[in-house]
Design a protein around this ligand. Sequence first.
Ligand SMILES: *[C@@H]1O[C@H](CO)[C@@H](O)[C@H](O)[C@H]1NC(C)=O
Ligand SMILES: *[C@@H]1O[C@H](CO)[C@@H](O)[C@H](O)[C@H]1NC(C)=O
Length: 153
Amino acid sequence: MALKLALFVFLVIAVVAAPLPRAQSQLLGGLLGLIHINGTVFCSINGNIGVNGAVFPNAQVQLRCGTGNVVSTATTNGSGVFSILLDPLQFLLSSLVTDCNLVVATPLSTCNANLPNLGGALQSPLQLIGTIVSGLLRVTTLNPTGFLFTPAT
Ligand SMILES: *[C@@H]1O[C@H](CO)[C@@H](O)[C@H](O)[C@H]1NC(C)=O
Ligand SMILES: *[C@@H]1O[C@H](CO)[C@@H](O)[C@H](O)[C@H]1NC(C)=O
């Protein structure tokens, strides 16, 4: 009887305790740090404020790293603004700046039919803006350095 009880207690502890370290580290990562990438996509070839300041709404913005792997995506809102949140446990800030690019996957002709369909995409590297600590939360912000039309290779 005592042995059965001991075995039962052991099993319960094993089942309850096993997932804890992982859940805790995810919780800590989620609570203590965030990488925030945001910016505005304009409806223009050089990515700067377009004709009449036209922005590019509903554009898919991809974060591509290394050899071009899409690691995250976001869609611009009605003001052309996108926002991507990353877990700092999974990304190195320095490699985001050196190895990653933002690529607008939606063709420019979508926001202005007069813009030629050139077979390429707006692209921008990332720059580190800074880190804000608010209570337990540490938010590091990166922005595009500036979107430029890059022909397809
Ligand atoms: C990006 O977010 C920061 C604060 O997190 C804000 O100050 C800034 O205006 C945002 N940029 C854009 C383009 O929305
Ligand atoms: C787009 O998002 C930005 C940043 O969150 C916000 O300031 C702006 O009002 C939003 N625009 C629309 C049309 O929702």
